[in-house]
Design a binder for this molecule. Structure first.
Ligand code: SF4
Ligand code: SF4
Length: 399
């Protein structure tokens, strides 16, 4: 089936998400660029606010770039217990939701594992009552437990990270039974939706292409169909190299007087290991299978990289596939589990304010946010940007 027909069917299922998609495209492609060229570091209204509800997670996935728990002084791959205990009071989030109700940016809830934030369901209900579009990105471990409340909350979009068929998924997630649990959870949600004659939440399967699952990427079509998913999306591995990481750390110290070590867990030599180059052929083969698939499922790739350019993505970090600067900082904002607000999801070193102390909008166009945008404009890209997901914000292509 033609990819446009598939997308139209998805849009019909959720007109609000379709409207948001159009709004996002407008914001990314036109408004953000206008802000970038014509303003001095300020931005028009945010299109998405992404709340990282917790740093805690119940899994230990092989490809995870987030710090693990442990006391290793000076080792950025680890963080102390307090880091995982951070949580903002629900009332503070409610204040932000009220403040932004006249804009209603997309609300994207993530973590760690977002369901470890105790009041997540109340947060969704509160936001839905104010007509926000709410999306969650989860590892799926709590779906079975909260299936009914999730459906009844009115959540729009449930994005579940899956790495492949059962055996591959469990291996990547580092624990047997994870696939079975998420499958039971999703099917329970599908069943409750049927009982209540509801279409929401839409179930979106998200696969990340990593060195651990590249041979079974196309098998996710079968998995997504089995789960009666509404769409299937693939991301690439986000990473840094030591060279770009050190350059970033140096630049952050010089320009922003900030100790920026968040890149360290994202440094990977697994993919770049010359002995592993045969993997690119495997990824290419699997991509071609996706492209040739006759499945009715809408399948997207973000960013869209042609199969014959896969090696470039991994081998030449400076190749940005036409993305010369980052517009995300004019479009999206990230709230961390301690309330800090930052422009960058994976490298949250530069903090522009805290929602516990200030209103969100005063931070969004505050002095520090403006400084970040202006400096970025001057340099086009920071060294950490090359394989950051938000550099490729608008590059989602249905195949
Ligand atoms: S579920 Fe997500 S946050 Fe948790 S370990 Fe896996 S990749 Fe990291
Ligand atoms: S591309 Fe760069 S500036 Fe943009 S969000 Fe990522 S790290 Fe931040």
């Amino acid at each position: 089936m033609n990819s446009w027909i598939k997308v139209a069917r998805l849009a019909w299922k959720n007109p609000q998400l379709a409207y948001n998609k159009i709004r996002t495209t407008f914001k990314n492609e036109i408004a953000a660029k206008a802000d970038y060229y014509f303003r001095q570091g300020t931005a028009s209204r945010p299109q998405a606010v992404c709340i990282k509800l917790t740093n805690a997670c119940n899994l230990r996935c092989k490809m995870c770039g987030q710090p693990r728990e442990g006391h290793v002084p000076g080792e950025a791959k680890y963080a102390p217990r307090e880091y995982f205990d951070q949580a903002v009071d629900l009332d503070v989030y409610k204040r932000v939701i009220d403040e932004l109700a006249f804009i209603r940016p997309n609300l994207y809830l993530w973590g760690g594992e977002p369901f470890l934030y105790k009041e997540i369901l109340e947060l969704i209900r509160y936001s839905k009552a104010r007509r926000y579009t709410v999306q969650i990105n989860t590892n799926g471990m709590y779906l079975r437990r909260y299936a009914r409340q999730i459906v009844e909350s009115g959540l729009d979009d449930l994005i579940v990270s899956i790495d492949g068929p059962e055996e591959v998924h469990d291996q990547v997630r580092g624990l047997n039974g994870t696939f079975r649990l998420l499958k039971e959870g999703i099917l329970a949600i599908q069943q409750i939706k049927k009982e209540l004659s509801l279409r929401f939440p839409l179930i979106r399967v998200r696969g990340t292409i990593t060195p651990y699952n590249f041979e079974t990427i196309s098998a996710l079509i079968g998995v997504a169909n089995e789960l009666q998913a509404d769409s299937l999306n693939f991301n690439w591995t986000w990473f840094t190299t030591q060279q770009t990481g050190i350059a970033y750390q140096k630049m952050m110290k010089q320009v922003f007087d900030t100790d920026a070590v968040s890149w360290i867990p994202f440094e990977t030599d697994v993919i770049l290991d010359p002995q592993k180059h045969y993997k690119y052929d495997g990824i290419k083969r699997e991509l071609l299978r996706l492209i040739k698939s006759t499945s009715d499922l809408p399948i997207s790739l973000s960013p869209f990289i042609k199969p014959d350019r896969v090696a470039e993505y991994y081998e030449n970090i400076y190749e940005t596939f036409g993305h010369k600067t980052c517009y995300s900082v004019y479009v999206k904002s990230y709230i961390l589990p301690n309330g800090d607000v930052t422009p960058c999801p994976d490298f949250p070193d530069f903090i522009c304010g805290n929602i516990q102390d200030d209103s969100f909008l005063s931070i969004w166009n505050g002095e520090r946010y403006r400084k970040w945008r202006q400096e970025l404009k001057k340099r086009k890209l920071f060294p950490a940007c090359y394989r950051c997901c938000d550099l490729f914000l608008s590059d989602v292509k249905f195949i």
